[in-house]
Design a protein around this ligand. Structure first.
Ligand code: NAD
Ligand code: GDD
Length: 325
């Protein structure tokens, strides 16, 4: 019989790529989101435009039973959205409400297993002060001290999923994503993360010109290409390992190095003007020891490859936007 998957947040960046992959595998897929994917039509068999903060919407979404449920819906964005403090209440309320609804409604439905996308933002700030030696191994999560309300909500929801697993016998899988990037992600709506933001700025600047960068550029991160994110998520979902486990790249770069890589791809030489802005933790890198041990797999695609594909896509968006009257 055809297996059924439900992707909550299937109109978003990771969700829309995941739906494509699940369809490619031959599954029947229902997707639910506030909006349809903005850049290409969803191949989902059933796309429900709805608000998962409403329990009636969640009950409707779960109708028919599912082998796999992926819960990716959240109020999220890059540093310019989650670290300014302006959206803290909405982020916490909206995402927690979705997770509370999903779990409670699932008690009455046939669901094989549920995947929850947590974030590296739940790791304590005190382990991410040194840009050269951030510590993000899974067991380092406690004593908890995330630097954003977004991270606190993720930590709360991780615990919520585990509580439902313990008390009601749910089969859950939890990933902690580390900055996922690629084509068809937010690039100009205020929710874009550094990869898309810097690709956009570099694509828009004339050769020899200047771009703005938040902070001194010495802060470090790792960035995972979308295809490996989807691959890791499916491997975790279908494994015997519950998690939580990092799904991220361990190729750490400073934001200055990162911008230099994009300029090289673009074939442009630009000056960088460092400006004040939301910078988040000083250093972050995925620790991939646990995923390698438990899944026998870890992301290994060089950053530059995914970055070249992403730059091409964003440069095309920039050209298209500029050609519109
Ligand atoms: P995204 O914003 O592109 O996708 C999230 C989707 O959820 C959006 O399409 C949004 O419309 C939908 N949504 C929000 N509120 C909703 C509601 N009330 N009802 C229905 N749909 C709603 O983000 P993404 O990058 O695809 O992230 C997917 C998940 O992965 C999120 O949970 C995010 O927190 C997590 N995550 C992402 C990253 C990353 O770097 N992209 C890193 C860590 C964790
Ligand atoms: N977004 C953005 N835009 N970031 C910039 C820019 C810019 O123009 N210039 C410099 N940066 C810096 C940020 O200040 C930050 O220090 C670093 O680049 C990375 O920024 P983001 O990619 O926006 O976010 P993040 O890595 O701090 O956090 C993201 O990843 C987490 C998971 O690892 C966010 O999307 C979180 O929501 C997510 O959970």
């Amino acid at each position: 019989m055809t297996k059924r998957a439900l992707v909550l947040g299937g109109g978003g960046f990771i969700g829309s790529h995941l739906v494509r992959r699940l369809k490619h595998e031959g599954m029947w897929v229902r997707s639910v989101d506030l909006k349809r994917p903005p850049y290409s039509p969803s191949p989902a068999d059933d796309f429900v435009v709805g608000d998962l903060r409403d329990p009636a919407c969640v009950r409707h979404a779960l109708e028919g039973g599912f082998d796999e449920v992926y819960q990716l819906a959240a109020d999220m964005g890059g540093a310019g959205f989650v670290f300014t403090g302006e959206h803290d209440a909405a982020i916490m309320h909206n995402s927690a409400q979705i997770n509370l609804n999903v779990l409670e409604c699932m008690r009455n439905e046939r669901v094989g297993r549920i995947f929850y996308s947590s974030s590296a933002c739940m790791y304590p700030e005190y382990n991410q002060l040194d840009p050269d030696n951030p510590r993000c191994s899974e067991e380092s999560a406690y004593p908890a001290a995330p630097d954003s309300e977004y991270g606190w909500e993720k930590l709360f929801s991780e615990r919520l999923y585990f509580a439902y697993a313990r008390n009601y016998g749910f089969t859950v899988r939890i990933a902690r994503y580390h900055n996922i990037f690629g084509p068809e992600g937010s690039w100009n709506d205020g929710r874009e993360k550094a990869p898309a933001a810097l690709c956009r700025k570099i694509a828009m600047a004339p050769d020899g010109g200047e771009i703005e960068m938040w902070g001194d550029g010495k802060q470090t991160r790792s960035f995972l290409y979308i295809d490996e994110c989807v691959e890791g998520s499916l491997r975790l979902m279908r494994s015997d390992f519950t998690g939580p486990v990092n799904i991220g790249s361990d190729e750490m770069v400073s934001i200055n190095q990162f911008a230099a890589m994009i300029m090289e791809i673009a074939g442009k030489q630009l000056r960088i003007r460092h400006v004040d802005g939301p910078t988040g933790v000083r250093g972050r890198n995925s620790d991939n020891a646990l995923i390698a041990e438990k899944l026998g797999w870890a992301p290994d695609r060089p950053l530059v490859e995914g970055l070249a594909e992403t730059y091409r896509w964003i440069a095309a968006q920039v050209r298209e936007a500029a050609s519109r009257p």
